[in-house]
Design a protein around this ligand. Structure first.
Ligand code: CDP
Ligand code: MG
Length: 722
């Protein structure tokens, strides 16, 4: 077996040509008629097409159906269309399809709208947090699993849906797991509504004596609760890519499972001889070896996040310049969750003739999104995952090895259209050591968010909730405790009024929701809105390794000696000022172009900034609706820092003599991330927002505070502790 990632590419002549060759815009169709024909042909050729009738029959016959099928067989794009055509929306209700990932919801909805030849937002639409394209006429609605959970807060019977398809259930995100439990209840309640209605009506007319008074009263009160609605039973379809139908079937009382036969061509797997010290570098070398030595076909590379993807993209572009002109025919396409939605479709566009496409993706491309044309997969073997320590109450993002089943899914991507090759950037022996499958997220994340939502849905007994896999008692208790400390729960563990209810209404982590509520009392909601929006995106600065000094100088004008939160506010405000000054009277496109240039000059990640501006607008809408007062503290940044301390007191840390920090809540020793403006200064006491574990335990997004503020502003925690 060849050792793929050994050695480097050297001795290439320099020829800085053709750098910025762009993909054709996929939406600028040359010949719409032939595109339509192609799409129709493609649909017919999908494995799922031959079982349309059977699937529709099974959904009719079974209230809950489990569908397992190879990735790319057409489950996500086709099944909702089959059901729509079979009349499942005839009564004006909608087919809802949940996805764990925003990108999948968006790209699939766009694709299906095109397949149906309708405008996005008409019959087919998507709705994700901070971006809703649906309308009153939407009947096929793609959304994230988290969004459907939120909808349940407003409509506990999910009455507008006739069918709910929980897609990618094998991913077992915490939202999917909670949703499954909730849907089970909704389904029971809805079939009960229709059955009870029937029974009671029958009994009333047929034999009044059979119904004793108490029972009748009880039943009638239940019906009244349902407010005279006529909910038909809710159909549930659970779809999954891997073969774990049994677990889902058992959970749904022995629900029927059907399998869709996929097509899979053989994929040759290659391993490295030795462990790779730097998997990004190894990935880069492998990409170029494939490009230079292998036949035609696109390359899919699995990376762990936006930062890695963007840095590999830059390096590819640089190294391409060193290739002879004839070999520079390689184009990059990116896909990760924070990518603006209009850019996401670019990965599906074929590369121009004579070019090879290399797609840099997060594990989004593992099963959620199927990209045509892939023949080579480069798999460094890592994924970014949430991890939670209930004892310390700390959640962190860590880069961990994939599971075996993830590695298999990844290599499978190379064999969809013909034989392919997968290059795993680790030795073969390592594969055997991988976990079989990934642990469900509910077992490794902070549960405060979902507990807050369950409470708002009226589920008070969290320990007794019918989870498919119960989170540990310790982690439930810790999350309840955190919610209590944030003021969301009363002493009786009920949702507090108004704070708990307000927090549940905001589509944010409880700690951020509380920060906004507090900020309105501290008269600095304007600053906190910016902060929360900027904290919701991946890093706002980009610092290319080779231009480190230049970047540092450029970003200095934004940095605040008080920390990263104020620095972010400075960036946001500077972008506002720039827009106000320079883009008066310009079209939206022109303004965006000018803003992108400004970002580039200032080493700011324009994608992240745009995303943050978008989120800002949306959260502002929410807080205004809630009647919170959006005021600014002006130059009184002390006030704002006090508000940060009052909000993020759970994440306070104290400097240790040797320059590291000790997190007060968990006792963990942590270090300030080099990207923080406080990396050098190291103040005595700080609050932080994020813990990232690589070789070190790094904290990010940090502000200096006064130690004494903690007991003053968070006595519920710090007085109790001392
Ligand atoms: O859900 P499943 O993995 O079974 O398949 P799917 O997502 O429905 O994809 C079916 C086919 O549609 C695949 O061949 C995809 O490549 C194609 N597709 C596409 O060309 N463009 C999209 N935006 C989405 C899917
Ligand atoms: Mg799918």
């Amino acid at each position: 077996m060849p050792s793929m990632a050994q050695g480097g590419l050297r001795n290439f002549t320099e020829n800085p040509n053709q750098l910025n060759r762009k993909f054709p815009n996929p939406e600028a169709k040359v010949d719409p008629f032939s595109r339509k024909q192609k799409i129709a042909q493609h649909r017919k050729s999908l494995p799922i097409a031959s079982v349309e009738k059977r699937l529709v029959d099974e959904v009719r016959k079974n209230d809950t159906l489990i569908i397992v099928g190879e990735t790319g067989s057409g489950k996500t794009t086709q099944l909702p269309q089959f059901l729509f055509n079979a009349g499942f929306c005839r009564d004006g209700r909608t087919i809802g399809i949940t996805q764990p990932r925003r990108v999948a919801a968006v790209t699939v909805a766009k694709r299906v709208a095109e397949e149906c030849d309708v405008q996005l937002g008409q019959r087919v639409g998507y709705s994700i947090r901070f971006d809703d394209t649906t309308s009153g006429s939407t009947r096929i609605k793609y959304m994230t699993d988290g969004l459907l959970l939120r909808e349940a807060l407003l409509d506990p019977y999910l009455s507008k849906y006739s069918v709910i398809i929980v897609d990618e259930a094998h991913e077992r995100t915490v939202h999917t797991d909670v949703l499954l439990g909730l849907l089970k209840n909704v389904q029971k309640a809805r079939s009960k509504t229709s059955n009870d209605r029937l029974n009671i009506e029958n009994k009333r007319t047929n034999d009044r004596t059979l119904l004793d008074k108490d029972n009748e009263d009880q039943a009638m009160s239940f019906l009244k609760q349902c407010q005279g609605s006529k909910f038909p039973p809710l159909k549930l379809v659970i779809m999954s890519a891997s073969l774990d139908a049994r677990g889902f079937s058992e959970y749904f009382g022995g629900a029927k499972a059907v399998h869709i036969q996929g097509r899979q061509f053989p994929v040759d797997i290659f391993y490295t001889h030795y462990a790779e010290p730097d998997y990004l570098d190894a990935a880069l070398i492998t990409i170029f070896q494939i490009h230079l030595e292998e036949g035609p076909g696109d390359i899919l590379v699995f990376l762990t996040g936006q930062e890695e993807i963007e840095s590999v993209e830059r390096l590819i572009k640089e190294r391409l310049q060193q290739l002879p002109e004839g070999r520079q025919n390689l184009l990059t396409a990116l896909i990760f969750s924070a990518l603006p939605s209009e850019k996401q479709m670019r990965v599906f566009a074929p590369a121009p003739t004579g070019f090879r496409k290399v797609i840099l993706a997060t594990n989004i491309a593992e099963t959620s999104v199927t990209i045509p044309g892939i023949k080579y997969v480069v798999d460094p073997g890592f994924v970014k995952a949430r991890s939670y320590d209930p004892l310390k109450g700390m959640e962190s993002l860590i880069i961990v090895p994939t599971s075996k089943s993830q590695a298999l899914q990844r290599s499978g991507r190379a064999g969809r259209e013909g034989p392919g090759k997968c290059f795993r950037l680790y030795p073969e022996g390592e594969f055997e050591k991988l976990e079989d499958s990934t642990k469900p997220e509910i077992k490794r994340c902070n549960l405060s968010n979902v507990i807050l939502q369950l409470k708002a849905l009226g589920v008070d007994d969290i320990l007794g909730f019918d989870f498919m896999e119960k989170p540990s008692r310790a982690s439930i208790v810790k999350s309840l405790e955190q919610l209590y400390l944030l003021g969301a729960l009363t002493d009786e563990c009920k949702l507090s009024n108004p704070v708990g209810h307000q927090m549940a209404r905001l589509p944010l982590d409880p700690i951020y929701a509380k920060a906004l509520i507090l900020a309105s009392q501290f008269n600095c909601l304007e600053e906190m809105l910016i902060t929360v929006a900027m904290l919701s995106v991946e890093s706002i600065f980009f610092t290319p390794r080779e231009k480190l000094e230049e970047a540092r100088t450029a970003t200095k004008c934004f940095s605040s000696p008080d920390g990263d939160h104020l620095t972010m506010i400075n960036v946001y405000r500077a972008s506002n000022e720039f827009l106000e000054k320079k883009t008066v009277g310009l079209s939206k496109e022109k303004s965006e172009k000018i803003l992108r240039k400004w970002c580039k000059d200032n080493f700011i990640n324009s994608r992240s900034l745009r995303h943050a501006r978008d989120i800002h607008g949306q959260i502002q809408g929410h807080v205004e609706q809630m009647g919170l007062c959006v005021a600014s503290c002006g130059d009184d940044m002390l006030q704002f820092r006090r508000c940060l301390a009052a909000s993020f007191f759970i994440n306070a840390a104290l400097k240790q003599p040797e320059g590291t920090f000790r997190a007060l809540a968990s006792g963990q020793v942590v270090q300030i991330h080099p990207s923080s403006v406080l990396f050098q200064a190291k103040p005595e006491c700080i609050i932080f927002n994020e813990l990232v574990q690589t070789n070190h335990k790094y904290i990010r997004n940090i502000t200096r505070i006064d130690y004494l503020w903690l007991s003053e502003l968070a006595p519920q925690y710090y007085c109790m502790q001392n």
